[in-house]
Design a protein around this ligand. Structure first.
Ligand SMILES: NC(=O)c1ccc[n+]([C@@H]2O[C@H](COP(=O)([O-])OP(=O)(O)OC[C@H]3O[C@@H](n4cnc5c(N)ncnc54)[C@H](O)[C@@H]3O)[C@@H](O)[C@H]2O)c1
Length: 381
C-alpha cells in the first residue's frame, strides 16, 4: 500500500502516525482524504495550509459531542481560530428544513460578519446537514468533513453530495459541494454502537458488489474481524471503499453519466423502506440498504441477469455481517408508494441499479411494476 508515496509496513505507519492518503481529482475542487489513527490530529495543519484565519464552526450531534470529545477536544484546543460549536439532535430528523434553518441562523449570529469554515464532526446526518449549510451559507464557505461513523467514512463524507430530507422522501433538497479535506480516523469507531457498525457494513458490502469482486472475497473471509473492530482490517476496508467511491466520483462528479448511479445500488427500495417506516428506529439507513440490495439481487435474478448462486453469496455475507434480509412491520404498499419518488426515475419510467455479477452492476429501466410488487411481498413479513 502506498502511504503518502512511501511503501512501508502498516504497523510502522501506525507507530509513526503516517496516514494513508487518497487524492480526489476534481480539478480546482480536488482534495485529500486522510485515513488512519490520528487523522483528526492533522486538522490544525490543514486549516493553516488553507490560510484560513476566520471563525470555525463545528457542527456535530449530541451523541458525538458526548462520545468523541476525548478525541476532538484536544485538537480543537490547538486552533487559534474562534470556535463556535453547534449541536443538533442525533437523528435523521436533523436533516430537515427546520434544523437547517436553525443551524444557518446560529452560524450567522455566531460568526457575524466573517466567512466561517464549517467542520462536520459526526455521521452521515451531520455531514449532509453541515455540508448543505456550508454550500448555501453566503453562497458557499469552506468545509471539512470529520466522519465518525463507519457509514460516513466509507461513503457519505466522500463525493460532495450534501442535503436534507423532505417529510415524504429523503435527500430531495441538496447540492454538490466538495469538502476541502476529509479526515477519516478509525479511532472514532470504537464508541460506535454495534448496530451502527452493521449499518456501515451494508455500504461496505455494496462496494464489493458494484465494483470489486476481490474486495467481496476479502469481506467474505474477514467479516468477523471487521465486525469486532480489528483496527487494521477496518483501515483497509475504509481505504478500499473510499478509493472506489473517489474513482467513481472523479468520473461523474455531478451524477450525469450513469456512472455514479452505481453507488445507488440497493438504494431505490432501501430509501423507500426508510421513508415508509417514517425514518424511525425500526430500520436505519444501512439496514434498509441491505434489504434493498437483496431485493435488487432478487429482481435481477428474476430478470435472468444474475445467478441464484451469486444471490446466495450476497445473502450469506449479509447474514454473517448481521444485517437483515427481510422487512418486518412496514407495509409493502407504503414502500411501493414511496419508491416512486426515487430521484433516478425520469418521465415516469423507473430505473434500477441491478447486479449482473458480483463486481458489476447495470442500470435497468422500466422494471415491470408487477415484478417489483411481487418481490417486495415475498420479502415483507
Ligand atoms: N451524502 C452522501 O453521499 C450520503 C451517502 C450515504 C448516506 N448518506 C446519509 O447518511 C445518513 C446516515 O448516516 P449514519 O449512518 O452515519 O447516521 P448518523 O449520522 O445518524 O449516525 C448514527 C448514530 O451514531 C451516532 N454516532 C456517530 N458517531 C459516533 C461515534 N463515533 N460514537 C458513538 N456514536 C456515534 C450518531 O449520534 C447517531 O446516533 C443518512 O441521512 C443518509 O442519507 C449520505
Amino acid at each position: 500500500v502506498i502511504y503518502e508515496k512511501l511503501v512501508i509496513h502498516p504497523q510502522l505507519c501506525y507507530i509513526l502516525n503516517i496516514m494513508k492518503k487518497i487524492k480526489v481529482n476534481l480539478g480546482e475542487r480536488s482534495y485529500d482524504i486522510l485515513i488512519g489513527s490520528g487523522a483528526v490530529d492533522r486538522l490544525p495543519g490543514i486549516i493553516r495550509s488553507m490560510r484560513f484565519s476566520g471563525p470555525v464552526v463545528v457542527i456535530t450531534d449530541k451523541n458525538v459531542a458526548k462520545k468523541t470529545g476525548r478525541i476532538t477536544a484536544p485538537v480543537l484546543k490547538k486552533l487559534s481560530n474562534d470556535i463556535l460549536e453547534i449541536v443538533v439532535p442525533a437523528s435523521e430528523r436533523s436533516k430537515s428544513l427546520e434544523v437547517f434553518r436553525r443551524t444557518a441562523e446560529k452560524v450567522s449570529k455566531g460568526t457575524r460578519k466573517h466567512r466561517p469554515l464549517i467542520i462536520a464532526v459526526g455521521g452521515g446526518v451531520v455531514g449532509d446537514l453541515a455540508g448543505f449549510v456550508a454550500s448555501t451559507y453566503r453562497r458557499g464557505v469552506p468545509f471539512i468533513q470529520v466522519p465518525t461513523t463507519l457509514l460516513a467514512q466509507v461513503d457519505s463524507s466522500v463525493g460532495g453530495k450534501v442535503g436534507i430530507d423532505l417529510p415524504h422522501a429523503k435527500n430531495l433538497i441538496g447540492s454538490f459541494y466538495q469538502p476541502n479535506a476529509v479526515l477519516m480516523d478509525p479511532r472514532f469507531l470504537k464508541t460506535l454502537p454495534a448496530r451502527q457498525v452493521l449499518s456501515g457494513l451494508a455500504e461496505v458490502i455494496k462496494y464489493g458488489i458494484i465494483a470489486n469482486p476481490k474486495f467481496f472475497d476479502f469481506l467474505e473471509k474477514n467479516i468477523a474481524g471487521i465486525r469486532s473492530l480489528d483496527m487494521k482490517k477496518l483501515e483497509k476496508v475504509i481505504f478500499e471503499c473510499a478509493a472506489i467511491k473517489a474513482r467513481v466520483v472523479e468520473k461523474d462528479e455531478f451524477d450525469l453519466k450513469d456512472i455514479r448511479i452505481a453507488l445507488n445500488f440497493g438504494h431505490t427500495l432501501g430509501h423507500a423502506i426508510e421513508s415508509a417506516s417514517g425514518y424511525s428506529d425500526r430500520y436505519n439507513h444501512g439496514e434498509s440498504i441491505a434489504v434493498g440490495m437483496i431485493l435488487a439481487g432478487e429482481i435481477a435474478k428474476q430478470l435472468d441477469m444474475f445467478t441464484g448462486g451469486e444471490l446466495d453469496r450476497m445473502k450469506s455475507l449479509m447474514k454473517k455481517a448481521g444485517l437483515p434480509a427481510k422487512i418486518e412491520g412496514v407495509q409493502a404498499a407504503k414502500i411501493l408508494a414511496s419508491h416512486k419518488y426515487d430521484k433516478k426515475f425520469t418521465g415516469g419510467a423507473n430505473r434500477f441499479v441491478l447486479p449482473g455479477r458480483i463486481g458489476k452492476v447495470f442500470v435497468v429501466e422500466d422494471v415491470p411494476g408487477a415484478l417489483i410488487r411481487d418481490t417486495l411481498r415475498e420479502y415483507v413479513r
